[in-house]
Design a protein around this ligand. Structure first.
Ligand code: GAR
Length: 315
């Protein structure tokens, strides 16, 4: 903020502005309303004050010398155990128990008292070359930190000669090759419901049957190589999309990542990115640009969906 806006004591005001900004950032990070933020802050205040009071009292009762080894051991115990219990206690009083229990669970998992949450299991469906599938596997399975949170555990294809079969073999990921009849009559549906937390379509060309969509609500994501709702629907896949976009003289195209519903290329849009169409653009050059966007944005968008779903489960 420019200095001339700050009459009186500039440093003092600047500090206040910074504190308000910090609080706003925290509130955004935790994703809670203003009132909830207030009660959370009250919990911290009462917990901190009570913890300090208890420490002082114990120091007095047991005649513990300040800054001695016993004093630091006491401080550590209060911080590691007493403070956490007090947080939950005051959190419950201010109606914020769930908020604090979420963080306590994280600590208990980190120190090995609670079992670590299992990794989210992603099943990829693909019909083609599989560059998106390979990219998703690289992003999740080859990064140990991310793999603890989510992993591609299976691949499904309808095409035995699809590039994705080779990828599955190289990555040692089980793959099922399914027929249209099996897909439509839901032979595999129970298996997917049991073994997938998220289904990610990466160039999969069949429309998901209604039964499947209903059984896995908000759990099937698709990527489409255009800016939906334009250039979607039956027959709109791969190069057909780019040809139609160019034939219509569009100035831009892009990618759409969306949840699946019972219709072709519909469902709630999660993310879109745009690319400019240059003079002399061909379906091949546009496809290349689109692939570039897909590889950059599909994995982090899937990761965000997983984070949101996990946060919802923990609420
Ligand atoms: C991707 O461009 C994807 O957007 C598209 O198929 C391509 C698959 O490429 N999907 C659709 O057209 C769905 N309607 P890949 O096999 O290299 O991942």
């Amino acid at each position: 903020m420019p200095e001339f806006f700050l009459p009186g004591k500039p440093t003092h005001l600047c500090q206040q502005v910074e504190t308000v900004k910090m609080f706003k950032k925290l509130q955004e990070k935790w994703g809670i309303s203003g009132w909830r933020f207030f009660w959370v802050m009250c919990t911290f205040f009462f917990t901190g004050t009570t913890a300090a009071w208890v420490t002082a009292k114990i120091t007095l009762w047991f005649n513990i010398e300040k800054w001695s080894v016993s004093f630091w051991i006491l401080k550590l115990c209060i911080l590691l155990i007493g403070y956490q219990i007090l947080l939950l206690f005051f959190g419950a009083i201010f109606g914020q128990f769930r908020f604090f229990w979420k963080y306590e669970k994280k600590i208990l998992r980190a120190v090995g008292i609670l079992k670590k949450a299992p990794a989210y299991r992603i099943i990829i469906f693909a019909s083609g070359a599989g560059s998106n599938a390979a990219n998703l596997i690289q992003y999740f399975n080859h990064n140990s930190k991310k793999a603890r949170k989510a992993q591609v555990t299976k691949i499904i294809t309808n095409n035995p000669s699809a590039g994705v079969t080779e990828i599955a073999k190289n990555e040692n990921i089980p793959i099922d090759i399914i027929t249209k009849a099996q897909f439509e009559n839901g032979s595999y549906l129970n298996d997917w419901i049991k073994n997938a937390d998220l289904i990610v379509l990466a160039g999969f060309l069949w429309k998901c049957p209604e039964k499947m969509v209903k059984a896995l609500p908000q759990k099937i994501i698709n990527i489409h190589p255009a800016l939906l709702p334009k250039y979607g629907g039956k027959g709109m896949y791969g190069s057909h999309v780019h040809e139609a976009v160019l034939a219509n003289g569009e100035l831009e195209s892009g990618i759409t990542i969306h949840f699946i519903d019972e219709h072709y290329d519909c469902g709630e849009i999660i993310f879109q990115a745009v690319v400019k169409i240059e003079k002399g653009e061909t379906p091949q050059s546009l496809a290349e640009k689109i692939h570039h966007l897909e590889h950059a944005y599909y994995p982090p968008t899937v990761e965000k969906v997983i984070k949101k779903a996990k946060a919802k489960l923990n609420q």
